[in-house]
Design a protein around this ligand. Structure first.
Ligand code: SF4
Ligand code: SF4
Length: 320
């Protein structure tokens, strides 16, 4: 397994990063014991990097996996908190729930930059809380996770951003306020400024799983950078380990990870039309077809992340 240093932080991580999102209640709802077993297999196979988030609710399987090994992976988490108080609570919760003394990386989660806004100003309190915790040594590096090209460009221009976690894939699925070429240029700007980068959604949130080798080759040939992939079974871990450990023959003997067949839908009669899901969707996939109609999810834009499920107060968004 290749090891990369995350920019000027020098934090060494494996090329394959364990993406914890799909283990949790927003997607596969895997029980924590089974989740821990899956994480453990990845760690024992050479993965030294886990990406999670407050929203994902996957701290418990990570905690359980860490209890069963001496390996201390680099852990990245993030929060959508808009202010200092919310961010501090998110950091405290992550430390407590994973039983950690420090967290390696903490991000502003889903940093968006609509219409010329600056996420570092609109969420200034949350960003300052991250910087304060870094000063105290509770967090080693701070950054943003984002689908938005202008957000990556904003991060590239700042000296206080250590890590950027942007979206990239061969179809441009999920890239906001720009296209693949502009995202590549923005990522390269960050790399010139020695910021650490790791990449999300190389498989388009599951849409490109049937094109696994081609989709991953596209990203790996563009950038020598870590890639976060969600994994929900021991077989999937095995497949990814073989691939990233450069053993394509062994990978070829296994069935490729199953294509995501799920899709998300607003259940009309449960929906109270509060609009929270529209504000939450990182991919602008939810909109109201008319003022008097309930929101709808555009399946062509939906990345199947499940974020909207966690934000709906009526449990009106379901995986079908
Ligand atoms: S509608 Fe948006 S938030 Fe919901 S699953 Fe799809 S991409 Fe994620
Ligand atoms: S968050 Fe839930 S209740 Fe609110 S508009 Fe969306 S689906 Fe409806």
């Amino acid at each position: 397994m290749k090891i990369y240093n995350l920019g000027k932080t020098g934090i060494p991580v494996s090329e394959l990063c364990f993406g914890a999102l799909p283990l949790g209640p927003l997607q596969k709802k895997i029980d924590p014991e089974t989740g821990a077993e899956i994480i453990l297999k990845a760690l024992e196979g050479g993965v030294t990097f886990i990406d999670t988030a407050q929203l994902y609710q996957t701290y418990e399987p990570i905690r359980q996996a860490l209890k069963q090994t001496r390996i201390r992976p680099v852990i990245a988490s993030k929060s959508m908190a808009p202010d200092a108080q919310g961010m501090q609570a998110a950091i405290d919760g992550a430390l407590r729930e994973m039983e950690l003394d420090y967290i390696d990386i903490f991000h502003l989660h889903a940093a968006r930059v609509p219409a010329g806004e600056d996420v570092f100003k609109t969420r200034a309190g949350a960003w300052q809380a991250l910087l304060d915790c870094k000063k105290q040594g509770i967090i080693k590096a701070v950054g943003i996770s984002t689908h938005s090209v202008p957000a990556v460009n904003l991060a590239a221009a700042r000296d206080d951003v250590d890590i950027v976690f942007p979206i990239i894939n061969k179809n441009g699925t999920g890239i906001l306020h720009g296209d693949t070429a502009r995202m590549i240029a923005a990522i390269n700007r960050c790399r010139e400024h020695k910021q650490g980068i790791y990449l999300m959604k190389a498989l388009g949130g599951g849409c490109l799983v049937n094109d696994y080798h081609c989709a991953l080759s596209f990203v790996r040939e563009l950038f020598p950078l870590p890639i976060a992939l969600g994994m929900v079974s021991l077989k999937e871990v095995e497949y990814n380990l073989n691939y990233f450990n450069a053993d394509p023959e062994a990978a070829a003997k296994l069935p490729p990870p199953a294509a995501a067949s799920k899709c998300f839908q607003v259940i009309d009669f449960l929906c109270k039309d509060c609009g929270e899901c529209i504000k939450t969707c990182p991919n602008l996939a939810i909109s109201k077809p008319a003022p008097d109609l309930k929101p709808e999810i555009n399946p062509d834009l939906c990345l199947r992340c499940g974020y909207c499920v966690g934000f709906c107060p009526q449990f009106a968004i379901r995986m079908t």
